[in-house]
Ligand binder design. Structure first.
Ligand SMILES: Cc1cc2nc3c(=O)[nH]c(=O)nc-3n(C[C@H](O)[C@H](O)[C@H](O)COP(=O)(O)OP(=O)(O)OC[C@H]3O[C@@H](n4cnc5c(N)ncnc54)[C@H](O)[C@@H]3O)c2cc1C
Length: 429
């Protein structure tokens, strides 16, 4: 049997595609993930961590609010709707949103876990996907939703006491009496620092290093949110590449800063540690770039360069790298590597409808999810347009009009259309 679409990876992005495909008649799809069951960044699933996006931007609602796979339907099915509403949450916890996504994945019937896709090739007619159990899956199209990989500084001596933040809760050992350094001044670094500050007794010394020149907040609000809309994305796609680069740099803190709530919590914990409780020492050092981490006598020597060019040294028992993520060619696509266009950083080069540019036939699309930060804008790696992207992909795949939302009002309240060219403004006297 040949599937119409095989999805590799079941994170939120391919899960949305699976959820919306469920209502498309006559479409044979199957999605595979190597994890034993659905989880979402469990190493950072702190009890209090909150979503940075609205629960209405779930797997389906923005394009198909009548789908059974919405967050609101999950609340109803769980018998929790009124209790949830009465709580008047501004945002939901990442744990509850994970539970919602796990419910979708387990209920759908098209999501298979504990199955790693090892190799993907194309035999001239269709894709062949080899799994770790030796099975071969055949499909006319594939959706690559394998997610980004942790960004690790060159030569970092990874091991039991030096690891990426994505593993924090799985790896965290007893930190009492230790010297701990957290590298990276984004939201992940902040959540880890906050967790370490809440340990009593916790580390003897805690240092938080950030390359950024201050601990910058997220830029938020109705007008900032306009860049997370289909209207902005359409205008962004028309911009020349160098203007897109400039826009991405300008927009960094719309998605990559600290939430004000977490930043305030860190500051208050710091204040109490310094002036009220008096246990341990914490040092926040922005404007430092870590250049070397060297193992020495069971600990680590770190060298950091400050913005003024001065270098400083630090000793740590534990180093946690909250250094972000990067998008690269997934290993399983190696057999097709020479046929696929890549962006300079290694991400898949995307064209319209999230199609990966490759030399295969037009009726053998490879869809790239979470590879479009450069081509589709800063919204691509986050959840805001997840359902929208899934709808675009499904219409492209079936060549049918399936989602009225894609043809509704897409102009929005901000006029982006003139961004890409000179504006001819005439003022009459
Ligand atoms: C801690 C954290 C919190 C975030 N919170 C938000 C938020 O609140 N709002 C927001 O908009 N964005 C948020 N993001 C950003 C973004 O939404 C997430 O990174 C999201 O998980 C990306 O989804 P994805 O489907 O691309 O990848 P992932 O979630 O990384 O999923 C990829 C999946 O592919 C599987 N896989 C990989 N290779 C294979 C293979 N060869 N075979 C089978 N399976 C494979 C992996 O096991 C994994 O399950 C957050 C990111 C992080 C790190």
């Amino acid at each position: 049997m040949t599937l119409d679409l095989a999805g590799i990876g079941i994170g939120p992005f391919n899960l949305s595609l699976a959820a919306l495909a469920d209502n498309v008649t006559g479409l044979d799809v199957a999605f595979f993930d190597r994890k034993p069951n659905f989880t979402w960044h469990p190493g950072l699933a702190f009890e209090d961590s909150e979503m940075q996006t609205s629960y209405l931007k779930d797997m389906v609602t923005p394009v198909q609010p009548t789908s059974s796979w919405s967050f609101l339907n999950y609340l109803v099915v769980q018998g929790r709707f009124y209790d949830f509403m009465a709580a008047r949450f501004d945002t939901v916890s990442r744990r509850e949103f994970t539970d919602y996504m796990a419910w979708v994945a387990e209920s759908l019937g098209t999501c298979t876990f504990a199955t790693s896709i090892q190799e993907v090739d194309h035999d001239g007619n269709r894709f062949t996907l080899k799994t770790d159990s030796g099975q071969t899956i055949r499909a006319t199209s594939i959706a690559v939703g394998t997610g980004p990989v942790p960004r690790i500084p060159a030569d970092a001596p990874l091991g039991q006491n030096c690891y990426h933040g994505i593993e924090y809760l799985n790896r965290k050992a007893d930190m009492r009496g230790k010297r701990v350094v957290v590298v990276g001044g984004g939201q992940t670094g902040a959540e880890i620092v906050l967790d370490l500050l809440s340990e009593h007794p916790g580390p003897d010394e805690l240092t938080w290093l950030s390359r950024r020149d201050a601990f910058w907040h997220l830029q938020e609000g109705s007008l900032v949110d306009q860049i997370f809309t289909p209207a902005y994305q359409r205008a962004y796609r028309q911009l020349p590449a160098e203007i897109q680069q400039h826009a991405l740099a300008n927009q960094k803190y719309s998605s990559d800063g600290l939430t004000p709530a977490t930043a305030d919590q860190v500051y208050r914990a710091l204040y109490r540690q310094r002036y009220v409780n008096g246990h341990g020492q914490t040092s926040l050092r922005p404007g430092r770039e870590v250049t070397h981490i060297t193992p020495r006598y069971g600990a680590f020597e770190l060298t950091a360069t400050a913005t003024d060019g001065q270098t400083e040294g630090l000793t740590a028992d534990v180093v946690i790298l909250a250094t972000g993520f990067e998008t690269t060619l997934p290993d399983c696509l190696s057999p097709l590597a020479s046929r696929i266009d890549l962006q300079p950083g290694g991400a898949l080069q995307l064209g319209d409808a999230y199609r990966v540019q490759w030399d295969g036939p037009d009726d053998a699309p490879i869809y790239g999810l979470n590879h479009g930060r450069q081509s589709h804008g800063i919204v691509d790696p986050q959840l805001s347009l997840t359902a929208w992207r899934s709808a675009v992909i499904l219409e492209d795949l079936t060549n049918r009009h399936l989602f009225a939302a894609l043809r509704g009002n897409q102009v929005g309240l901000v006029d982006w259309e003139t961004m890409s060219g000179p504006v001819d403004i005439r003022i009459s006297a």
